[in-house]
Design a binder for this molecule. Structure first.
Ligand code: ADP
Ligand code: TYD
Length: 204
């Protein structure tokens, strides 16, 4: 049986990375016999992808170059890691996937949805996450959390307007996703969020 593909999304500072390994440990307790679960991330997830991540997070570039490199890293990630795992029956949990390209390069930077859809079709050939958890917070909350947590990378240094557009595009996609994208109110405490995640993941 084919494995499940679960992705985590949200604007920077929403709190998604706080839950990835915890959710993976929860899911591992109830995998089908013989299956394993791996956690991975985008951009990244392969040696080449991690090199592209370093470039993407630190070097200025044309917005289409940025989109193309995101999808180049994704192509490698799908070929080397995601698709082989799912075909073996293993489960994959990824910290970000294509919804981030629509939200950041599309919503944030203004690249047309049509161009992103071409890349999505080319690179994914129909592959979609089975479930996406979208960690949602107002911008001010994300900013406060980030300021306390780390030095900003290229994206995290973007304007408030950029993140408003990015968040809005995530929420728009969630509405149109037919239930694939579950919006998690991430302003709550870590414990409250985990209680909801337990419920959602119980039926994953
Ligand atoms: P993301 O991966 O979405 O960028 P992180 O998980 O790295 O965000 O969280 C950003 C910061 O916010 C971290 O310092 C983290 O400890 C803190 N944080 C995460 N979730 C919560 C929460 N529910 N309440 C308060 N602080 C949180
Ligand atoms: P992330 O791993 O969440 O950063 P951090 O480890 O600092 O929490 O994501 C890296 C950045 O890349 C994030 O700002 C969002 C951005 N990104 C895109 O712009 N497009 C994409 O397709 C992906 C996957 C990420």
């Amino acid at each position: 049986m084919r494995g499940k593909f679960i992705t985590f999304e949200g604007i920077d500072g929403a709190g998604k990375s706080t839950h990835v390994e915890w959710a993976a440990a929860l899911l591992r307790q109830r995998l089908p016999a013989g299956a394993t679960l791996l956690t991975t991330r985008e951009p990244g997830g392969t040696p080449l992808g991690e090199t592209l991540r370093d470039i993407l997070l630190h070097r200025p570039m044309h917005l289409e170059t940025e989109a193309l490199l995101m999808f180049a890293a994704r192509r490698e990630h799908i070929a080397q890691v995601i698709e082989p795992a799912l075909s073996r029956g293993d489960w994959v949990v990824s910290d970000r996937f294509t919804d981030a390209s629509f939200a950041y390069q599309g919503g944030g930077r203004g690249l047309s949805r049509a161009k992103l859809e071409v890349l999505e079709q080319w690179v994914q050939e129909g592959l979609q996450p089975d479930l996406t958890l979208l960690f949602d917070v107002p911008l001010e909350v994300a900013r406060e959390r980030l300021a306390a947590a780390r030095q900003p990378d290229k994206f995290e240094a973007e304007s408030a307007a950029f993140f408003e557009r990015t968040r809005a595009e995530y929420l728009r996609r969630a509405e149109e996703s037919g239930g694939r994208i579950r919006v998690i109110d991430s302003t709550r405490s870590v414990d409250k969020i985990r209680a909801e995640l337990e419920e959602i993941l119980a039926s994953a």
